[in-house]
Design a protein around this ligand. Structure first.
Ligand SMILES: [Zn+2]
Length: 66
């Protein structure tokens, strides 16, 4: 299990990126989503806060779709 966070600030394309604890791209303004075994349920949780959420390209590439 790992702790996941969503960036409170959107990327230029509108995505709110989901990061796992320890990612070098972790934003300072973030919301804790919970502990998950993979990024998929973390992104689902993030969509409760921001409908346009996406996995971080670096720490969660399998959930990065745009
Ligand atoms: Zn990341």
């Amino acid at each position: 299990m790992a702790s996941y966070y969503v960036n409170n600030n959107a990327q230029t394309n509108g995505d709110h990126e989901v990061h796992v604890d320890g990612c070098g791209w972790m934003p300072s303004s973030k919301t804790y989503l919970g502990d998950f075994s993979s990024c998929s349920p973390a992104v689902t949780e993030a969509k409760r806060y921001y409908s346009q959420s996406n996995g971080c390209k670096y720490c969660s590439p399998t959930c990065h779709t745009s």
